[in-house]
Design a protein around this ligand. Structure first.
Ligand code: 6PG
Length: 248
């Protein structure tokens, strides 16, 4: 296994600030070299802090947001104004404070009666925005992920067949014992195709899993975060001291 690139942050605030720097440098690079920055964001506690910090950075007010296309890694199948919505999290922390054209904001739709149609529609949006051929895979400049204490990432949960879905860009994750409500998630090929992945891991409750993930035999059905193992050189792990307790 390639050696993971791990940055240890003092605490969750330091982690959020490191993520802000990573975001700005990835966005600057992408815009300078390709004129556009494609990013996909996750929900959860850790990204929330990052988004709040990002919204407070002075140069963010002058940032060329019209060159940014914003997508989501995953979404709970709830209306966009629900407390549980990952879209709402970004809308209330960042989008309400910046001038990003609505046409550049690509939330995961949750209005379809059949969730499969929503996942397919989201896949079509990616194909259009990235101008993909029929079987193309979008290459995000930056995908921001988190890891749950069970080793899930995005909405790829342990022992779910969706972990191995390589036929779709976005997939339905049905509700079950650990997943409530049902969700839609980007799939493994999309996560692996990203130019850069930031994996945010914060909190003592993740320390044991993090150790197992790094030191145990790889088993992506047990620890879905390991779907990134083939592309580990493109993943930056931003881990706070509490979460890093068992790997330091
Ligand atoms: C979500 C996610 C999920 C999350 C992890 C870590 O919307 O919940 O995309 O994969 O990133 O569960 O969440 P925390 O940052 O809250 O620990």
């Amino acid at each position: 296994m390639q050696k993971p690139q791990i940055e240890i942050a003092r605490d969750s605030l330091d982690l959020a600030e490191r993520m802000v720097r990573l975001f700005l440098s990835a966005a600057d690079d992408a815009i300078a070299s390709r004129g556009v920055f494609h990013i996909a964001l996750s929900g959860g506690r850790t990204p929330e802090r990052f988004l709040e910090r990002l919204a407070g950075v002075p140069r963010v007010g002058r940032f060329p947001w019209d060159r940014v296309h914003l997508f989501w890694v995953d979404e709970r199948y709830v209306p966009p104004d629900s407390q549980a919505s990952n879209y709402r999290l970004v809308a209330r922390t960042l989008l309400c404070r910046i001038d990003m054209p609505e046409a550049n904001v690509h939330r995961i739709p949750t209005e379809f009666e059949d969730m499969t149609d929503a996942a397919l529609a989201y896949g079509r949006t990616m194909r259009e925005v990235f101008r993909l051929e029929a079987n193309g895979i979008p290459q995000f400049d930056l995908v921001v992920l988190g890891m749950g204490s069970d080793g899930h990432t995005a909405s790829l949960f342990p022992n779910s067949p969706v972990v191995r879905d390589a036929d779709h860009l976005a997939s339905v994750v049905p509700a079950g014992d650990t997943v409530k409500p049902a969700r839609i998630t980007l799939t493994r090929p999309v996560l692996r195709a990203a130019r850069r992945v930031a994996m945010l891991v914060s909190g003592a409750e993740k320390s044991h899993t993090l150790k197992r993930v790094f030191l145990g035999e790889p088993d992506e059905m047990r620890y879905p975060v390991q779907v990134l193992w083939p592309v580990l050189e493109r993943v930056v792990w931003l881990v706070d001291r509490e979460a890093a307790g068992e790997i330091m």
